[in-house]
Design a binder for this molecule. Structure first.
Ligand code: PLP
Length: 344
């Protein structure tokens, strides 16, 4: 029979047994109250968990992920990291920066036009010295095949590569890193005397899986609401639960998260992934103009648009604090300057 509960000390020990490299500039990240945003919305107290401040080429949730992913890569004796995602991928930008810092080679397959402007994350990928390969695929998981083929070629050339697929395997170490973040957040909330909280975040894969795993394993009274930036043929809740369960295996926890435990809302995507909406623009402008906090158009602004809508629709208890996990992504904003100019 599986265990029903773990203690903070047990999770801490399980995390500390895994290989990890130091990449974050600031941990724990601050938990900041946002009273002006809350007043503007007439809503519950809102706190930002500032994972946009983790550092490593402008920060974000991937700094945490990469501490464990690259810890594992280094332990395997690898010298080359190959991964792929969209042209303005934050994961790729931070992987390129982390590889530069650790002296690893980095190959990126980015889904985008060959003449994509070197702005935002793409500019930073080049600055970090990554081997950037622009390709066009129908959907992001198709990049997996390209990364595996490249790994084969690198092996033939005498290198020792690791291909990182965002949907499974080593990527679940990203969920491990968010079990760690959950322990951090739990301590910060306890300091404020808060036991119950709603947690909103932009969610596609590993981050929510880690939070859900920790919350369920510790029996926390957290409502975790993931707002999806992407429509996918894959069932998001199952992808997230699978990553959480692979993370549980890394941590040697006799514990499983079910897809039914994952709340993933697909109502705020708009016309598609990485396409801004009027609601996400309002969210971006409101966070910036009330709190001086900058969101990004692809992920966090859509998650904030979801939170704003849920507050306005009266879905949240006004006395229960809401934590908005700011997962970063801000460099992508600069690749959207034309959209902002045109829709003034
Ligand atoms: C800024 C930002 N927020 C949220 C996410 C979603 O993170 P995850 O895939 O771990 O759910 C990403 C993923 O790329 C991201 O770049």
């Amino acid at each position: 029979m599986q265990r029903t509960m773990y203690s903070v000390a047990e999770l801490r020990q399980a995390i500390d047994r895994l290989p990890r490299v130091h990449l974050a500039a600031v941990l724990p990240t601050p938990l900041e109250e946002a009273p002006r945003l809350s007043d503007a919305l007439g809503g519950p107290p809102i706190f930002f968990k500032r994972d946009d401040l983790t550092g490593l080429a402008f920060g974000g949730n991937k700094t945490r992920h990469l501490e464990f992913i690259l810890g594992d890569v280094l332990q395997k004796g690898a010298d080359t990291v190959i991964t792929g995602a969209s042209v303005q991928s934050n994961f790729c930008r931070q992987t390129a920066a982390a590889c530069a810092k650790l002296g690893l080679r980095c190959i990126l397959y980015l889904n985008g036009a060959a003449d994509s402007e070197r702005q935002g994350n793409l500019l930073l990928d080049h600055l970090s010295g990554a081997d950037v390969r622009l390709v066009q695929v129908r959907q992001l998981p198709d990049l997996t095949t390209l990364c595996e083929q490249a790994a084969e070629e690198e092996r033939k050339a005498g290198y020792n590569p690791v291909a990182v697929d965002l949907w499974r395997g080593i990527a679940s170490l990203g969920s491990v890193s968010y079990v760690d973040c959950a322990l951090e957040l739990k301590a910060q909330l306890e300091e404020l005397g808060l036991l119950r909280a709603s947690i909103y975040l932009s969610s596609a894969t590993a981050t929510q899986g880690g939070l859900a795993l920790a919350a369920r394993a510790l029996g926390l009274e957290w409502d975790i609401v993931g707002i999806s930036p992407i429509r996918t043929d894959l069932v998001p809740a199952e992808v997230v639960a699978n990553l959480a369960n692979e993370a549980a295996q890394y941590l040697k926890l006799d514990f499983k998260v079910a897809a039914a435990d994952i709340v993933n809302v697909e109502d705020y995507i708009g016309p598609g992934y990485a396409l801004p909406t009027a609601e996400s623009r309002e969210a971006l402008e409101l966070a910036a103009s009330t709190e001086g906090i900058i969101l990004d158009p692809v992920y966090t602004a859509k998650a904030m648009a979801g939170l704003i809508d849920h507050i306005r629709a009266g879905k949240l208890d006004p006395s229960q604090p809401v934590i908005f996990l700011h997962t970063g992504g801000t460099p992508a904003l600069f690749a959207f300057n034309q959209w902002f100019a045109q829709s003034q």
